[in-house]
Design a protein around this ligand. Structure first.
Ligand SMILES: [Zn+2]
Length: 283
């Protein structure tokens, strides 16, 4: 599943093409994408809209749509058409700028650009909401941005305190910190030398400080590399960058640890495949 660095990479590419442009025609072919709303209803409300900004919150793309230009001549400012399209790519969703396989939706822009949304496994979602609804939708699901000012060691310590769950489960919880998934959780825990099954509430403040720094560093490195192109979301017609080349544990079960040479162990924590070094990473 694309995590924060991959979604940030998508955001940048999409923003460069769509910000400030108007969607002349939207077509949505897959009812799963927009449910419970009908795809035709969402497509009709996207068509004619001007895209003000493409932002990211956790693993969501937040597409801010402004007033409908055709309507604005006839309506007062009180009838603002502001809407927000929340896109979650889930497993295999992504935007493509050339015809792609498994296209589920297409946006045609006023400058002739054609943007396809492709999704092999069809778990992605497009949710069209009022700005207030979007804020609420994200607010109840997401904790602070890991690269923002609210995500501090003190904050993280507060969220981990008294939690008996494995620390990996805690940092995968999007309400603790938004945007961390399986890859960057494993990498951050390895860098912080913390066993992924260690009970979250038992970590010392010093180790939480290391974990905080490691989460930030892992995500920043992922963004710098334009995300990771790995099995789940590498595609013949697109994809992300080279972050996978720098992974020290993710996908490397059975290989020697880059630090100590011990064979990296594979296990399941929080229902997710997990790789760690049994020597370097301690409870
Ligand atoms: Zn090691």
């Amino acid at each position: 599943m694309p995590e924060l660095p991959e979604v940030e990479t998508e955001r940048g590419r999409l923003a460069a093409r769509i910000e400030g442009r108007r969607i002349s025609v939207a077509r949505i072919d897959d009812p799963r994408l927009t449910r419970p709303e009908e795809p035709e209803w969402v497509a009709a409300r996207l068509s004619g809209e001007r895209v003000e900004a493409v932002e990211r919150r956790g693993k969501y793309l937040v597409v801010r749509l402004g007033e409908n230009e055709n309507d604005s001549q006839y309506e007062s400012e009180n009838d603002s058409q502001s809407q927000v399209l929340l896109v979650h790519l889930r497993m295999t969703g992504g935007f493509r700028y050339a015809p792609a396989s498994h296209e589920r939706a297409v946006l045609e822009l006023d400058d002739g650009t054609r943007i396809a949304y492709r999704d092999l496994r069809r778990f992605g979602t497009w949710l069209l909401l009022d700005p207030e609804e979007a804020e609420e939708h994200l607010g109840i699901r997401l904790g602070p941005e890991p690269l923002g000012r609210r995500f501090t060691t003190a904050y993280l310590a507060g969220r981990l305190a008294r939690r008996k769950a494995p620390v990996k489960a805690a940092i995968l919880d999007q309400r603790v910190v938004a945007g961390v998934g399986n890859i960057y959780a494993d990498e951050a825990l390895f860098a912080a030398k913390i066993h992924p099954a260690a009970p979250a509430g038992r970590l010392s403040r010093a180790r939480i400080a290391r974990l905080h720094a490691a989460v930030v560093a892992a995500l920043e490195a992922g963004i710098e590399a334009q995300g990771a192109s790995i099995r789940d979301f590498r595609t013949p017609d697109g994809g992300y960058g080279s972050a996978q080349e720098r992974f020290l544990v993710y996908g490397r079960g059975g290989e020697p640890c880059a630090v100590c040479g011990t064979v990296l162990r594979r296990t399941v924590i929080a229902q997710r495949g997990t790789v760690y070094c049994p020597h370097c990473q301690r409870y």
